[in-house]
Design a protein. Structure first.
Length: 131
């Protein structure tokens, strides 16, 4: 019974739930970006390059047909997704509260500290003389 309880505590922890939500939202976000690349950006890039459809690009080497266009398409998708995630993380970091700087110690003691130090030293001298 301890194993089931331990697993339940692990599965319900905040980190696991946050990660699950992140994976689900990331999958949906990936679909949006893929659609944006395939349906909006790549037709424009194809128009600029003379109507080239990247996914159909291939190279015949001997009997092998190397389809490098799909790889090129996926690389472009990855770069755009990575850039979008970078912008999201950068935006989220702006909203995070900056840590408060540690108070700096004064370079020289204040007049009160000097006076207290002198009094302490005099009391030490007086106590050591009486012993």
């Amino acid at each position: 019974m301890g194993f089931v309880k331990e697993f339940k505590e692990f599965a319900v922890k905040g980190n696991v739930m946050d990660m699950a939500v992140g994976v689900i939202i990331g999958g949906a976000f990936g679909k949006i970006v893929t659609s944006m690349v395939e349906d909006l950006l790549m037709p424009l890039v194809g128009m600029l390059t003379g109507g080239v459809d990247f996914t159909s690009l291939s190279l015949t080497v001997g009997d092998a047909n190397v389809k490098y266009g799909n790889l090129l398409q996926n690389v472009i998708d990855f770069v755009i997704v990575a850039f979008c995630i970078f912008l999201m993380v950068k935006g989220i970091n702006k909203f995070k509260k900056a840590p408060e700087p540690a108070p700096e110690a004064p370079a020289t003691p204040s007049p009160e500290e000097k006076l207290l130090t002198e009094i302490r030293d005099l009391l030490k001298e007086k106590n050591s003389e009486t012993l």
